[in-house]
Design a protein around this ligand. Structure first.
Ligand SMILES: [Zn+2]
Length: 339
């Protein structure tokens, strides 16, 4: 999940008159702040194993994984993949094991209105995968790097592979884990592959509900969701409008990398008659609600979003590798600078 179009709210706002439209446009200008990037052609420091990164996306988005819908056989294959990758990286289990099982009930308004569809569906066997690398500083707090691994599965006989959404975020998270294994962090860094995001950010909610220490010990949630597919070499970083102290950290990393970073999508703003605010549209939402600062990285919506065409072949490979290098830099800069 990611797109958050509140058409009804937008319609009501439009009805309120031209003043709000004008205000909305100036809001957009104020909020979509492009950060200075490195000079074109300047080599960003390569921090990521690009073959591993692309291979991870290709595997997770393959037909064998069936679109990774929560509770399915494809989801269990994704879990086995995460178990093996967490072990290979040498992460420590956050609890007794990497697997964090949880249950939830999904309520569907569509199901309420469609004859033959269920309003309530139980998901008794959902599983987050959570590992961590302990920090070197005794008083340091936790940084949670998160990416959801679930997607839409199959609908009407069609596979929804979810390469950009969100095999890409999972692969980038694993690349960040590899970097910190080789370059030990100050903070303890938690790596969270969340389940049930597409069904209402369920994995993130379950993780926070089961957190074994006060939420004030979470310094940051760095959430990655759809980070590989853009034709303009652009990615958004949302969250800085709530925590302005994060802006210079993102700006420093952006200046060392080749991808164009735009700050925005974290306040209500009118775009073509819709209100597009991504604050609650992926797993950073529950962290924000719990008072934890977040940085969410994701691309602008594209034609393959939540479509069977969201395949490995459709992602922009060079862009994705560049984004992963940027994200390692952002994570490292945050680790060095946050309290
Ligand atoms: Zn997603």
């Amino acid at each position: 999940m990611r797109k958050s179009r509140m058409l009804l709210a937008a319609t009501l706002l439009m009805a309120a008159g031209a003043y709000i439209v004008v205000a909305g446009q100036s809001e957009l200008k104020r909020i979509a702040v492009p950060l200075p990037a490195a000079a074109p052609g300047a080599p960003g420091a390569a921090r990521v194993d690009s073959a591993q990164l692309l291979g991870d996306v290709r595997t997770l988005a393959s037909a064998e994984f069936g679109g990774r819908r929560t509770g399915t056989e494809g989801s269990r294959k994704a879990q086995a993949f995460l178990q093996a990758r967490f072990e290979a990286l040498g992460l420590r289990p956050f609890g007794g094991a990497f697997a964090e099982p949880f249950a939830f009930t999904h309520k569907s308004i569509k199901g309420l209105l469609t004859p033959g569809k269920a309003y309530k569906t139980e998901y008794p066997k959902s599983v987050n995968y959570i590992g961590f690398i302990p920090g070197s500083a005794t008083d340091a707090r936790y940084i949670v790097v998160s990416a959801h691994y679930d997607h839409l599965g199959e609908k009407a006989g069609k596979l929804y592979p979810g390469a950009d959404d969100n095999a890409s975020g999972v692969a980038a998270m694993l690349a960040i884990a590899k970097w910190f294994k080789a370059h030990p962090p100050r903070h303890s860094i938690v790596f969270a592959a969340f389940d049930g995001e597409e069904l209402g950010l369920q994995g993130a909610r379950a993780f926070l509900a089961a957190l074994p220490f006060p939420k004030a010990r979470l310094a940051l949630n760095l959430n990655l969701d759809m980070v590989s597919h853009n034709d303009s070499n652009e990615i958004y970083a949302a969250g800085t409008s709530y925590t302005p102290a994060l802006t210079p950290l993102v700006a420093q990393a952006a200046a060392r990398n080749t991808v164009k970073v735009k700050l925005g999508h974290d306040r209500s703003q009118l775009v073509a008659g819709s209100v597009e605010d991504w604050t609650g549209s992926s797993d950073h939402g529950p962290f924000h609600d719990a008072g934890v600062p977040f940085l969410y990285f994701g691309v602008e919506d594209h034609d393959d979003y939540h479509a069977p065409s969201d395949t490995f072949e459709r992602i922009n490979q060079k862009f994705f590798v560049d984004v992963a290098n940027l994200l390692v830099d952002v994570a490292e800069t945050a680790d060095r600078n946050l309290r």
